[in-house]
Design a protein. Structure first.
Lengths: 115, 110
């Protein structure tokens, strides 16, 4: 059972371009979470999705950011018209059900650099 | 902010000593978890403690939870250089959202 897979590991985009970050959860996991981490800081919650549904997007910026978790395929975090402030590490996690007291498993992250 | 607060922010100890990190939070929780992150890497789950539990052990790790004080502590006994990493607490309340603390940077020196 492969762990949570994120790709790409590193992504460089010029200002104004789009960034697409992919996350394949662990097999059997239907809950996906995206977090952003700036250097030397903790993880900031962005969005929580279940298959085909956004459950909690309270941490997502209102503009330029979107996330999806389709019935088939990975979860996608999409950042349009990137700016330098979007440079960060973006981590995805998956779980069976956190309220059922199961742990969340994290991917290795995608490091986005906006130049 | 609902984010957890961790104390200390940074901790430097000698190999063989014990390391204690504390986490405080503001909401009621379902469970609290501790994660480790090596520099530039993903997070590794260490231990989960439920809200009705007070203490839990896993190898050299000991976690306590005091829901009346809304705090938890992580103790690493007989530390090793390989324990050098950042340690984060994280908790779930209502809504399944996993909220992280600010982290403690642990350095274990030979």
């Amino acid at each position: 059972n492969a762990g949570v897979m994120q790709n790409p590991r590193h992504l460089v985009r010029r200002r104004g371009q789009e960034a697409r970050l992919r996350c394949s959860p662990m097999k059997g996991h239907s809950h996906v979470y995206w977090y952003r981490q700036l250097p030397e800081e903790g993880l900031k919650f962005m969005v929580y999705l279940q298959k085909e549904n956004i459950i909690d997007e309270s941490g997502m910026p209102k503009e330029r950011f979107s996330a999806e978790f389709p019935k088939e395929g990975p979860s996608i975090l999409r950042i349009q018209q990137v700016v330098r402030g979007d440079s960060a590490a973006y981590f995805c996690a998956s779980s069976l059900d956190l309220d059922g007291n199961t742990e969340a498993f994290f991917g290795q992250g995608t490091r986005l650099t906006v130049v | 902010s609902q984010q957890g607060e961790e104390d200390p922010q940074a901790l430097s100890i000698q190999e063989g000593e014990n390391a204690t990190m504390n986490c405080s939070y503001k909401t009621s929780i379902n469970n609290l978890q501790w994660y480790r992150q090596n520099s530039g890497r993903g997070l590794v789950h260490l231990i989960l403690i439920r809200s009705n539990e007070r203490e839990k052990h896993s190898g050299r790790l000991r976690v306590t939870l005091d829901t009346s004080k809304k705090s938890s502590s992580l103790l690493i006994t007989a530390s090793r250089a390989a324990d050098t990493a950042s340690y984060f607490c994280a908790f779930t309340g209502g809504g399944n959202k996993l909220t992280f603390g600010t982290g403690t940077q642990l350095k274990v020196e030979l």
